[in-house]
Design a protein around this ligand. Structure first.
Ligand code: NDP
Length: 355
């Protein structure tokens, strides 16, 4: 009886405390000095966890599968594009284990389900600010757009990179209908057909030579009178007979209603227009790593890719790991991203064991 009365008094005290805390929060007073921490956590939606994963491509979900199986009870924030870049791909034919191929969105859904099966909490949401701790064993703070504040011992960053597009309405309309930003992913679908590629950097040069092996003809559009690609890559392009290299040339319009059927090109020196029939158009004008919120805290290269140490996924800060395209501008494949996601979870687990 006495115990019950004590419990009721405690509940009533907590209720009153919560109400006055709420009032103070509304009045914007500093509540931290006045109330027990757990009550503040409830109202501010503050959470403490071992592992937070930011990003939901193959790297993020694979990190989640491994982290959950290691009992790190991860929470994964999906970001703006749940499932990442693969959700914009129609068919994935090169991920091991799918002999008949699989469409990108289905594959990402299955990865999510696999991560959830082991206890990952997947949240459709966006982390818009981070404050990393700098000491080993310290806490890292992440702030979600809905006001949730997460304190995590480890953070795995798998925010990916976004392919740049030209921005033409016809190009946007036909994304997934013949317009792609990944020749290695989608080139095979145009076997024996004519395709075009835009860009003059190493990626465009590499992808053009890759496509030339599969397709009957590759028209390569370079907007300047020279290519930015390395001399070796330029040589590969110019010595491939079925690459038709067009300098000073840009896209005026992608032709086709449901799928790509052709291209209207424009010579930016003469203004001359020309139409060619193509089945696929590849945009290779660069990627932008999604690292804006980490600027000033994590080491990056000049293009904004996160720098990891040696063969690990460790960043310059203890307990912060990076996996997938956000730290890889060379391979950029679903399977390599998944591989580094696995590495990041193992690195996080080892780090936690060592603190
Ligand atoms: P880059 O930024 O090097 O090149 C982008 C290309 O796209 C440039 O030719 C650029 O033209 C062109 N471009 C940009 N915007 C437009 C537009 N709106 N319309 C038409 N053309 C446009 O990107 P990459 O992805 O090629 O390479 C990124 C980095 O990765 C580089 O450092 C590269 O060396 C590296 N890389 C290395 C590889 C390797 O070593 N095997 C393979 C692939 C990439 P412009 O020159 O006129 O600005």
């Amino acid at each position: 009886m006495i115990e019950k009365r004590g419990e009721l008094e405690k509940q009533s005290f907590e209720k009153k405390t919560l109400i006055s805390l709420l009032i103070n929060l509304i009045k914007n007073e500093d509540t931290t000095k006045l109330y027990p921490l757990h009550l503040i956590k409830i109202l501010k939606r503050m959470e403490t966890l071992k592992t937070l994963i930011i990003g939901s491509g193959p790297a993020g979900y694979t990190a989640a599968i491994y982290a959950a199986r290691a009992d790190l009870k991860p929470i994964l924030y999906t970001g703006m594009e749940p499932g990442g870049q693969l959700t914009t791909t129609t068919e994935v034919d090169n991920f091991p284990g799918y002999p008949d191929g699989i469409d990108g969105p289905t594959m990402m859904l299955q990865l999510q389900q696999q991560a959830e099966r082991f206890g990952t909490e997947v949240r459709i949401g966006f982390i818009n600010k981070v404050e990393f701790g700098t000491q080993k064993g310290g806490m890292h703070k992440a702030f979600a757009e809905d006001g949730t504040e997460i304190h995590a011992q480890t953070i795995i960053i798998s925010t990916g990179a976004t392919a740049k597009y030209l921005g033409l309405p016809s190009e946007q309309r036909l994304r997934g209908g013949g317009v792609s930003a990944c020749a290695v992913c989608d080139g095979f679908f145009y076997k024996g057909q004519n395709v075009a590629i835009v860009g003059g950097g190493d990626t465009a040069a590499e992808e053009a030579t890759y496509l030339a092996k599969i397709c009957s003809k590759v028209t390569m559009l370079v907007r300047k009178d020279e290519m930015r690609a390395s001399k070796a890559m330029q040589h590969r392009v110019t010595s491939t007979p079925n690459i038709d290299l067009r300098y000073n040339t840009e896209i005026d319009e992608v032709l086709g209603e449901q799928v790509v059927e052709g291209l209207r090109m424009k010579n930016n020196q003469t203004g001359a227009l020309e139409e060619i029939p193509i089945a696929g158009l590849f945009i290779a004008i660069g990627h932008k790593p999604n690292t804006e919120i980490f600027k000033g805290q994590l080491d990056m290269d000049e293009a904004g890719y996160l720098i990891t140490k040696g063969k690990t996924t460790e960043t310059n800060l203890p307990g912060v790991f990076a996996s997938g395209d956000v730290q890889d501008k060379d391979y950029r494949q679903a399977v390599t991203a998944a591989g580094t996601g696995c590495m990041a979870a193992l690195d996080a687990e080892r780090y936690l064991q060592g603190i």
